[in-house]
Design a protein around this ligand. Sequence first.
Ligand code: ATP
Ligand code: ZN
Length: 749
Amino acid sequence: MCAARDDGSEAGAQIVEVLAPVAVDAAYSYLAPPAMRLQPGDSVIAPLGKREAYGVVWSVEPAPGPRGNLKSISQRLDRPPLAEKLRNFIDWLARYTLTPRGMALRLATRAAEDAGPETARTLYRATGKPPARPTPTRARMLEAAEGGVAYPKKALAEAAACSTGVIDALVDEGALETVSAPPEPVQRPLDPCFATPALEAAQQAAADALAEALASRAFKPFLLEGVTGSGKTEVYFEAIARALQAGGQALVLMPEIALTTQFLERFAARFGEKPAEWHSGVTARKRARIWRGCATGDARVVVGARSALFLPFRDLRLIVVDEEHDGAYKQDDGVSYHARDMAVARARFEEATIVLASATPSIESRVNAMRGRYKHLRLDSRARARLMPTLEAIDMRAEGPPRGRWIAPRLALAIGEAIARQEQALLFLNRRGYAPLTLCRVCGHRFRCENCDAWLVEHRFRRALMCHHCGHVERRPDVCPECGAEDALAACGPGVERLAEEAATLFPDARILTLSSDFPGGAERLRRELEEIAKGAFDIVIGTQLVAKGHNFPHLTLVGVVDADLGLGSGDPRAAERTFQLLNQVTGRAGRGDKPGRALIQTFQPGHPVIAALLSGDAEKFYAQEIAIRERAGLPPFGRLAALIVSAKDAGVAEAHARALARAAHELQPSARYRVAPPGAFATEGEIALFGPAEAPLALIRGRYRFRLLAKGPRGADMQAFLRDMLATGPKERGGVRVQVDVDPQNFS
Ligand SMILES: Nc1ncnc2c1ncn2[C@@H]1O[C@H](COP(=O)(O)OP(=O)(O)OP(=O)(O)O)[C@@H](O)[C@H]1O
Ligand SMILES: [Zn+2]
């Protein structure tokens, strides 16, 4: 019983700080009646401004005395609490990325907001009573429902090959009855010993090291580096098995989750059932159930895209970041974060083991391994005594194809031979569409996007010109809009669609497939096509980096890299690293089955260090060179970077704002946490240098002009404190100006 005091509060009442998943950093205080007995992590509904909003209790204190000015919590939701480890991670992430805490919370709670109460499923069962009006369809349906078992509606309709309307009619007539059943489990039980492979010696050694780490129940980071096809997946499957045996949970992050049917099946073959799958293609309802399942422990292994990092696991023992070097782990819209780095942080908060797996690790992870921060596990040869593919360069200056064509004679010959042996060839070109540029041969007019500083890419099968930055689409005209010339528009350069055209001319009888995310049918279609490739249904596969990622195509023996130089000339400090990773990955698709593989690499610069390292297979030398360059320049991981993109509809407004921010930065007083180098001067030891503002390489996107500031500092500087102080003393975002903070930027567009 609680007595109301005369100040309005009750004995045992609490003051709680509630964080709402909105763009605000602060938690708000509320009064909670004693009966609610709130704990940190509980979900509540509370008045926020004029509305009632969802929030999470961040801290709780007993209410001391009169608190008439505080609003009260309206309701406590029946939802598993967010664990302290996760709340600490959210706080840390918000500070690290300079994101309002509410937005960081939102990453973790968004999926749960769709969670309605668990509803029972309705199943259908035959009653034995004949239908009033028998028809062949009805007879088929009752036959399918025979045996006294209750079935879901959809399954029954599929089994009887008729519409669900038939079921409703039969229920009305009493021939079928409905039965209520508990909802399907989020995940069926996984069996860690379902099918254990015989690991090879190097695999076993790596698996043992992971098992030892898991047993310690402490934060233990690993870099699992193994050449393509070396069996890294089998190794981390062993670690997952250990986590399961210990009663814990595991999370596997993948860069391209919508395309991983093969992976899910492999997982099911190893553990008896599929893992819970988490990505934007999963329905909101299903995601809400997985969210809950993570909190209750019913979901044991989740395989997901980067947002899975924020799931409320009850007992997370292991995180795997597969293809850890992949650029897709960087999220740039909304909260900017790198999922690989955040995964390491989450593992630290959870005191879990983390495995970063790759054939071509990022420079950052390589350096961390060299310095002993990560334990380095290596698999230096392919599993099952398979050989690495042989690599050869085709020097396009000496033996290139005729003008207007992109497949050199030697590559064409190799494709022909592969087809004759009934093997598959893969042509890789990292460019979507038909042609990257369209121009008028008469007046030179070039088609550019009206919102962005970019050429329009021709997509012939859509008969359209498209901007790959903002999605703007226009019809490809018949006459030049500038000079009116007819039939004068020329497509310049190749995209995958154009390459497919050339391949069809060279090999008219071959079964050719172009894999592209642009075609209708979305991820579902891509999944199907990837399965068909694996079965050998095509002779030539043409694709962008989509085809490079982790696939096992047993019939594929030849890989042709159509333009290895693409991406090398971009001036981006990570261009060399990225090209090396991508080309290694794509050539690594060759020869994974019984037959040896070969890769031909078309290039205009066979002597370029990246191409040379790729051809020689000397990854060590490449890493040594790249690491030395980074170290000399003080680039990550030897120094720290942060970018600010200031954008506005008006270029002058954006630039003025960026200049004012830079001025504010230079006026900051030196402190123990950071010192800023004077404008224009070289940064001396320990100082943060601020470069810019400069027009961003992509100066206009979606109608907004963009200016960049880049801060570069030593490892020891408190970059976040510097950024926070600069933003606090500089001008506020107003008049349509937006300032986007990107700590540890990955690209420089
Ligand atoms: N110990 C083993 N015994 C038999 N087959 C194995 C073993 N380890 C791996 N394999 C097989 O070798 C092939 C390559 O293995 P896996 O896909 O795990 O390599 P990976 O290193 O993850 O490759 P990538 O980085 O190229 O994606 C697969 O078909 C896998 O089933
Ligand atoms: Zn555009």
